[in-house]
Design a protein around this ligand. Sequence first.
Ligand code: AVJ
Length: 323
Amino acid sequence: MNGSTVALLRDVLRSEATASPFLRDLQRALAEPPHSISPKYFYDDAGSRLFERICELPEYYPTRTETSILATHAADIAREIGTGCDLVEFGAGSCTKVRLLLRDLQPRRFIPIDISGAHLEQAAAALEREHPGLLVLPLAGDYTQVVHLPPPLPGARRVGFFPGSTIGNFTPSEALDFLRSAARLLRGGGLLLGADLVKDPAVLHAAYNDAQGVTAEFNLNLLARANREIGTDFDLDRFWHSAFYNAAERRIEMHLVSRARQQVHVGGRPYLLEEGQALHTENSYKFGVEGLRRLAREAGFTPGPVWTDPDHLFSVHWLHAPD
Ligand code: AVJ
């Protein structure tokens, strides 16, 4: 390469760096209220690993509860959905939950979509090894953006799987939009949806403020990731993890709170943070069973059976998508 080619390349790389959506969204969040950023930025490789540790915590009941619901009712669920479908999972992570369904559901193909690409490739390869004959087609990407799926398998109904109450990360209007596009995408099939239920706020509070501090580390990883990827200079010791239940909005909110008045640099620009200033990093909405069915109906689904645990902590819904 000659000198001018190198210079050109450098320019391209630099403009790509400033075009980074993470950099742009973080600058926006720091510049003006509402000081908030999408929780999708939690999930780099380290963040995905931290989330898996959260799922094992004694206080974090959702994963364990949903897993037991799926394991207990797998045969019922498969009877409702029918075998031989073309299965798509939104935010598949390490593809742990789908394993509970595969034996009964017998899909013809499985398309896991996840924002954490490296993580997904590994998970998909492991799944294929365990289930010879199952066609696994991983798609690395953001499922909140327009999803371009491969053409449907001829004769196979398209079924969506959206477990974990990830739907709770959306605002009510975003959830409606997501469900509307899912109902279109899954016409003739349907969506198997996991939703966390409204419950004693003390139980919710414990689940997002675990004794080991893993959730705090997960929250702070957003700043650690910014330091690694976009050259920011956050000092993680100068932020608190804050998570609380906002009962009026029926949601857990997570924030990163500045412990002091301080200056940080993002993309070369300085930002002043006041002592106590909060960066809102996540909402995790909780649902009533009937409220969720109403939302699904409004989005164009025909709600079917709902499976819950004996303590009514979590719910799994089969939502039929009419033709
Ligand atoms: C993956 C969005 C379902 O809201 O409980 C766990 C993420 N945040 N602990 C949730 C999360 C803090 C989780 N979801």
